[in-house]
Every structure is written in C-alpha cells, then in structure tokens.
Design a protein around this ligand. Structure first.
Ligand code: FPP
Length: 224
C-alpha cells in the first residue's frame, strides 16, 4: 500500500494524513474486493523493516491500526470477512495483540472474504521461522529430513491453508517485491500501477483484476 507519504506531501500535509487517507482506502478496497468476488485479500500493512521509521510515524501507524480494529470489527463481521494476521505479532503492543485476537475470534467462521493483514511481516523472516520449525521437528524425530517437501514447508508458513496469491498489485509506481510473501509468490502475476495508495479505489481494483484476467498463466508449461 505504497504512496501514503507522497499523497500527503503533494498536499502539504503531514505523512500521518496520508496514512489516515490510506486507512479509508483500506475500507473501500476491502468492501470492493468482497463485491467483486475476491476470496482472499492480503494487505501489506507494516513490514518488519517499517520499525526503522521515525518513532512518531510508527506511533501514528499503530494508532491507526487500533482505530481500524475498534471501528471496523463489526462492519467486517457483517460483510462476512474473516480476518487473519500474518507476521511477527509478538513485536506489536500487547493491547493491539489482544484486539487482533478478539477480531480474529469474532470473524473466524466467516466465509465471504479472507482478509489477511501483514503486520511486522518480512518474507525472509517467515522463511527463517519455517526453517526453525522444520529443524525442531527433525530434532524431535517428528519428521525425517527426506520427508521435507513443498507441502511440509507450506504447512509451516503464516499463510498455511491459504492459496498462493494469483495477483500482486503494487501501487505508486514502485516495482519491487520488498520482502513480501517470497515463497507464496512463485507464480503470482504482478500488476504495477502509478496510483498512490490513498487514491486506490473500487475502480482501480476492478481495472487491475481486468489486467489479470487477460494474462495467460502457464506455470512453466507450454500452453497449446
Ligand atoms: C507505505 O506508504 C504505507 C505504509 C507503510 C503503511 C500502510 C498503512 C495504511 C494504509 C494505514 C492503515 C492500515 C491498516 C491496515 C488499517 P509510504 O508511507 O511508504 O508512502 P511513500 O512511499 O509515499 O513515502
């Protein structure tokens, strides 16, 4: 969800104003995704590298997260959204962890849209966690090294049980993967748009889905 800072700068507003507008875009896009038939939506809300931002900005972002969870929990539930958080949640403040637990429990049985929000998330960090879990299981005799395959690996990712993404949309003209879902994106289609995240809306999502629909996916095979 890139471009909040630039959106604010263009309007001579503080970066926090861009993040606030970004939160409104989150609301609109979650609703639109459900309406457009998207079953899984993952938003990169805060990366493990974002902790390096100035303390005030981290505080603003965490404050917005608290507001979002408090104000939107019921709406998400009514929309049939199941919330799931991926990332190193132990690094988040205890009250945010408690809020996340609460909203995840409230929405656990919903089936219209699974909304994953990546918080304090890093793709390499996730892969290291999987390596550790597998090593521990090998050491405990629960799995033989030869039995480690892609399924055993996937089962230990934060995203276990969730299909790999079909489409990645990156906003604001950036064209990098930035440590996001590294394992899961092996065959993902990438769509890069110039739109800054706060301006990304239902039409932007729909346009990106149209671009995706015209892509031919071969997964390394030859298609006749
Ligand atoms: C990147 O834009 C954006 C972020 C690091 C934060 C994303 C947060 C939100 C959209 C707010 C609320 C989120 C949730 C999940 C409720 P940037 O700050 O790097 O912008 P720039 O590249 O223009 O500087």
């Amino acid at each position: 969800m890139d471009g909040n800072g630039r959106w604010a700068k263009a309007r001579h507003l503080p970066r926090a104003a861009g993040h606030r507008k970004g939160m409104e875009a989150v609301r609109a896009v979650v609703r639109a995704a459900g309406d457009l038939g998207v079953e899984y939506l993952t938003l990169f809300g805060f990366s493990s590298e974002n902790w390096k931002r100035p303390e005030d900005e981290v505080k603003d972002l965490m404050g917005l997260l608290r507001i979002y969870l408090r104000r939107d929990a019921r709406d998400l539930h009514e929309q049939g959204v199941r919330l799931r958080i991926i990332g190193d949640r132990a690094r988040l403040a205890p009250d945010i962890q408690a809020q996340l637990d609460e909203v995840e429990a409230l929405t656990a049985d919903n089936t219209a849209l699974t909304l994953m929000i990546a918080l304090s998330y890093g793709g390499r960090d996730e892969l290291v966690q999987v390596a550790r879990a597998l090593a521990a299981d090998v050491a405990a005799g629960k799995i033989a090294p030869e039995a480690i395959d892609e399924a055993a690996f996937s089962a230990r990712l934060f995203t276990h049980g969730i299909p790999d993404p079909d489409l990645l949309i990156r906003t604001s003209g950036e064209q990098r993967i930035s440590n996001f879902l590294l394992w899961q994106m092996a065959y993902t289609e990438f769509v890069f748009v110039e739109t800054l995240w706060p301006d990304f809306d239902r039409e932007s999502l729909s346009a990106a889905l149209d671009v995706y629909a015209r892509r031919e996916r071969r997964y390394g095979a030859v298609v006749a």
